[in-house]
Design a protein around this ligand. Structure first.
Ligand SMILES: Nc1nc2c(ncn2[C@@H]2O[C@H](COP(=O)(O)OP(=O)(O)O)[C@@H](O)[C@H]2O)c(=O)[nH]1
Ligand SMILES: [Mg+2]
Length: 231
């Protein structure tokens, strides 16, 4: 963008106008290390750099997306077995501990059929406690299966986030599985489901771990978030 004829004020860090794709690429090109697992909120890692968390139903494609985002094959494997101990898994980007710039938090999936009442209660407690007290949490990305759209369990997640007043943004997954008209339909329906929700960020990102669709966009969105927090 030519900047020569812009007034000086517009040359100052205006994050709404800046293109963050290069920052996003660089952010995820560096090291990414597993640093911590929390099974209860009394056992969280000390507050560090900004955190972005990823939530969604089991099978929504969360592990695949985290791997695509970080260019790794097995980053999210640690949390991959449904019904296993439910925990928040923390990953440090940029080189832990000294050069750490961002943390990714892999939240336990929900809606896995074989999970009993007790586990659901544990899940709720862990999520509530983490969401309520985490000053460094910049945003929760809620993954929604592009083939299914927003389901009641997703609505419950949105409710929890609205109650916790934590900024969140929906990400549609499995873009490659859908025809164009189906994409338009699920995009419109998801936008509608989020329209009146106070803590929802009014933009969607449609992704595919398979084709890479939306991955650069998601990296850029995260880079923008960090820049805005540090501004
Ligand atoms: N076609 C397609 N399949 C996907 C995509 N992402 C995940 N999947 C498939 O969806 C299933 C669940 O994926 P996984 O990442 O394990 O989901 P998680 O339970 O949310 O961690 C697996 O069979 C994946 O291969 C995608 O972008 N496109
Ligand atoms: Mg998984």
């Amino acid at each position: 963008m030519p900047t020569a004829d812009l007034p000086t004020a517009d040359l100052m860090q205006d994050t709404t106008e800046t293109d963050f794709s290069e920052q996003g690429r660089l952010l995820f090109a560096g090291p990414c290390d597993f640093i911590f697992a929390s099974a209860k909120a009394s056992d969280l890692p000390p507050i560090g750099p900004p955190e972005v968390a990823f939530a969604g139903r089991s099978n929504v494609g969360k592990s695949s997306l985290l791997n695509a985002l970080t260019n790794r094959k097995t980053l999210a494997r640690v949390s991959n077995t449904p019904g296993r101990t439910q925990q928040l898994n923390f990953f440090a980007l940029g080189g832990a501990p000294d050069a750490e710039r961002l943390r990714l938090v892999d939240m336990p999936g929900y809606g896995y059929a074989a999970v009993g009442k007790e586990k659901v209660a544990n899940w709720s407690q862990l999520m509530r406690d983490y969401l309520k007290g985490r000053a460094s949490l910049a945003r929760v990305f809620v993954l929604v299966d592009g083939r299914r759209g927003v389901k009641p369990l997703d609505e419950e997640m949105f409710d929890l986030l609205d109650q916790s007043a934590v900024s969140y943004q929906a990400i549609l997954t499995k873009h490659d599985e859908l025809k164009r008209a189906e994409r338009d339909e699920v995009l419109a329906a998801t936008m509608k489901a989020l329209a009146k929700r106070p803590a929802a960020f009014p933009e969607l990102i449609f992704t595919s771990a398979q084709s890479g669709e939306g991955i650069a966009e998601l990296r850029a969105a995260i880079a923008r978030l960090i820049a805005e927090r540090n501004a």
